[in-house]
Design a protein around this ligand. Sequence first.
Ligand code: GTP
Ligand code: SPV
Ligand code: MN
Length: 648
Amino acid sequence: MWTSKDKSISVEGKGDFSLLNAAVSDFLEQYVRTCSPSRLHLCDGSDEENKKLCELMRESGMVRPLTSKEYTNCWSVRTDPTDVARLESKTLICTPKEEQVVAEGARHPGTPNMLGKWMSEEQMDAQMKDRLPRCMKGRVMYIIPFSMGPVGSPLAKIGIQLTDSPYVVASMRVMTRIGTPVIKTLNTGAEPTEFVRCMHTVGRPDPADPAEVQKAKMRLPTWPCDPERVLIAHYPMRREIVSYGSGYGGNSLLGKKCFALRIASWIGKEEGWLAEHMLIMRVQNPEGDVRYVAAAFPSACGKTNLAMMEPSLPGWDVKCVGDDIAWLKFDNEGRLRAINPENGFFGVAPGTSLKTNPNAMEMVHRNTIFTNVAYTERGDVYWEGMDPTYDLNNTKVISWRGIPHWKPGMCTMDGEVITAAHPNSRFCTPLSECPVVDPLYNSAEGVPIDAIIFGGRRPDTIPLVFESFNWPHGVFLGSAMRSETTKAAADVTEKLRHDPFAMRPFFGYNFGEYLQHWLNLEKPGRKMPSIFHVNWFLRGEQNEFLWPGFGENARILEWIFKRLNGDSSVARASPIGMLPTNSGIRSNDLSPSVDMDRLLNVDHKLWLKEEEAIRSFLEGQLGKDCPAGIVEQIHSLRERLANTCSEE
Ligand code: GTP
Ligand code: SPV
Ligand code: MN
């Protein structure tokens, strides 16, 4: 039984509430009063607790166990078809002043704000007042203490998430470190430790509105949500997140994008570190040299695949520290160190195969929660691109939407292809299951980063790889990123868009200040990582990929290694940065062969357009908030392009 401080309310509860310190108790009480749950469950994080929870979800029809012998403790979940991805237009940062979140340019009337959306704290409080009261009536409120980063690490941060979704509890258990050990670290310090308040509810229709109640009846009964009223609110100054209406991934696993990127980027700006949408990997060459690399690509643009790739080049070795988020901080020796604040993968399923990502294929057979993949009568899962030998003709495949006899090539009445798995379907697997997880993934002080790679999905213009001239130019390359969009967000319609630092949906504060923060990191005595830009997605006339990608990306890592070791014979200056020489990247043994000239081409016409797009984006969005260091970079690129053109 849990009882409020003034003893005015009591709620039946499971767990040892005496472990909660005063600050956590106050937070809990505030939302118990608002949400009126019928029961409370303080999660201890144990195996036993998880087993019971999975059983409960199975009984309610929310999850199905994979019964095939090839899978151990694996589960398949279908969400409501209206709740399948992040929603960028419903995601807001709330602060007292708009300029804390939106740069000067984008505050001009008539200029669309392309980056983080802002709302005042009061306005948002009012929006939530419309949504939260009694939202958990008749249901359980779970309380999840979680740590982003190894428990007790000086780089780690604590959160407490309240949620009414058992799916979220089971997923948070995979993605973060949860339970009693975390609660105990909160109590140990003399000063109560800071924690991020995370409030989540799948939402419920307004019982006073018959239309709402009617709509709710149309939804998948095992996946309650309130898609019309979704709101994901971040209050960085209050260190608080309130998420209403969606049970899916980044909208509901609040440790991930909400905390570890949006709130953490704010805290990082205050404390002098970075929270970035980056994988972290350890790369070792045949001579035994080891380098750690961090890479930022937009959602569904290749982080998970690169982070655990099997290098095609003999003698090369890759180990994975993280596939999505990095917290980076310079240590006292001037080395940039990174931790992965997460403890699991929430990876894109379609396209994952033994050929593209054998390590992921191996690990998803254990302790994995699949969301929106297809389920088969063999008791296993299926998705597009998984296995070309899978006998689809003789196996009954149930699509992610529940079509019982799905077959390839099925179309809707409008001629739209019906896929077996949703394009943004995911596997959720503990990091420890990855066959190539780096032993240092749990290291409290983090791993030293020698290179940062930016990248995007571009069919043309951007060469396979190039390097920045120096740190400020590298920061500019991050700011200039553009990428074709993917299905990772449900409400994005443009085809190609600016996505600086792969952080467009994840910035917690003003982009101008963010750029200045990056520029300021360069200080005497610090070893600045080299910065690179890659593009695995160049396409030819038949729309085919010009570069084989995946394990063959090791060839690019080899070039990066040479550059880190100061080899100037493999690079040449170009207007956009240091490009590989034509023989700089090992490629003549590739079959089918690749066209290196084309992969490394800098097309002047296209680049004049690119420069124009970058400049108008940065000037338009930033306005007066554009740091002088970036203005300088914009001019220099223009000048270098003009000079090269006139030489021709
Ligand atoms: P989020 O989890 O959304 O942040 O995505 P991510 O950046 O981790 O992307 P992921 O590695 O899951 O890749 C997304 C899609 O890109 C998958 O369908 C992959 O098959 C495809 N992909 C990844 N790497 C390559 C590559 O080197 N070449 C090509 N052609 N496709 C790739
Ligand atoms: C992304 O969209 O970048 C993801 C998936 O990693 S989600 O957790 O839904 O944000
Ligand atoms: Mn991501």
